[in-house]
Design a protein around this ligand. Structure first.
Ligand code: ADP
Length: 171
């Protein structure tokens, strides 16, 4: 039985991530999406929100589950009993960092291999940061995320903007 993990921040999950999840889940028996708690970045969505959103948009995939994790990726892989780490490659700019991570992880855990899926060309430019930036300026993100995620991002951005307005008024 092959169990794989697909780690990332998923802040928020995009159609590019979904493409990797749908394709890789067909290659393995079980796919666990590992959502990084990430204390260094300040994410738009909390860890609970991100995991809930991913659960919702992957509920049609029977062999996919979602878990939050903190600390070393390789420890998470071992704790899950996974032998494969799935990563997506969008462009050569992703490659150097991904190669370094994969090589390091292989030294730390020789029994866990990293598998790269190249992005679907139509999502090669897409990242969570771009989605957040466009949404922040009130732009249309419907090409980049599912309708459910679009709704969540809009609600979040609206809430954030009105908080900022309140702070400016109360200054
Ligand atoms: P990180 O913060 O670790 O980059 P992300 O959530 O942004 O995590 O991405 C998780 C994984 O998904 C990474 O392997 C990343 O390269 C991949 N990925 C992100 N966006 C896309 C996309 N548009 N197409 C294919 N893979 C993607």
């Amino acid at each position: 039985m092959t169990r794989a993990i697909y780690p990332g921040s998923f802040d928020p999950i995009t159609n590019g991530h979904m493409d990797i999840i749908e394709r890789s889940s067909k290659m393995v028996d079980e796919l666990i999406i590992g959502v990084l708690i990430n204390h260094s970045k300040s994410p738009l969505f909390t860890i609970e929100e991100r995991t809930d959103m991913i659960r919702k948009v992957t509920e049609h995939l029977g062999n996919v589950s979602v878990k939050a994790f903190d600390g070393l990726l390789i420890d998470f892989a071992k704790n899950c009993g996974a032998s494969v780490i799935v990563r997506g490659l969008r462009a050569v700019t992703d490659f150097e960092y991904e190669l370094q991570m994969a090589q390091t992880n292989r030294v730390l855990a020789p029994n866990v291999d990293t598998v790269f899926l190249t992005t679907n060309l139509k999502y090669s430019y897409l990242s969570s940061s771009i989605v957040k930036e466009i949404a922040g300026f009130g732009g249309d993100i419907s090409e980049f995320v599912s309708p459910y995620i679009e709704k969540k991002v809009k609600e979040k951005v609206k809430g954030k903007n009105s908080d900022e307005q309140d702070r400016t008024i109360n200054k």
